[in-house]
Design a binder for this molecule. Structure first.
Ligand code: ZN
Length: 145
């Protein structure tokens, strides 16, 4: 949504995503293919959100990548009218929600596109949307179904 916007690196809301910048680069590669994924610890089996490079439960650092559901329901939401992060100032107002993923014991925070705050209610179904930036990076959002 909206025009591509230039944001100074130091204030950039979207992380750098290449293998030389982050050890969770598979998250972004999977997201580019339309898959929301996270890490599961090979040592203790714990699944975490967000993806981790070290397990907070057992300190293991060997992880498997696992798919998360692309569908969920609005657990909570609000609208941003002011004070948006740099690069999103021209998008206001927009909706930010806590999405309870279907069949997964975790909730994720994301923007909700293609919806006005006034038209949403708790429990509304949403599905994953891959948001592409002009420079090729991606981030996840959700849209009502
Ligand atoms: Zn572990």
């Amino acid at each position: 949504m909206g025009e591509p916007q230039e944001t100074h690196f130091a204030f950039d809301f979207v992380p750098l995503q290449s293998p030389d910048q982050t050890r969770i680069f598979p998250f972004y590669e999977n997201l580019k293919k339309g898959r929301l994924t996270t890490t599961r610890c090979k040592g203790c089996g714990a699944t975490h959100w967000q993806p981790r490079v070290v397990c907070p439960d057992c300190n293991g650092d060997e992880m498997d990548w696992v798919d998360l559901p692309a569908n969920g329901k609005l657990f909570a939401f609000t609208a941003v009218y002011a004070g948006a992060p740099l690069g999103m100032e021209r998008d206001v107002p927009f909706v930010v929600a806590v999405v309870e993923l279907d069949g997964a014991p975790m909730k994720v925070v994301a923007r909700i596109d293609d919806a006005k705050y006034e038209d949403l209610k708790i429990g509304d179904p949403v599905r994953l949307k891959v948001h592409e930036l002009a420079d090729g990076r991606v981030w996840f959002r959700f849209v009502p179904t």
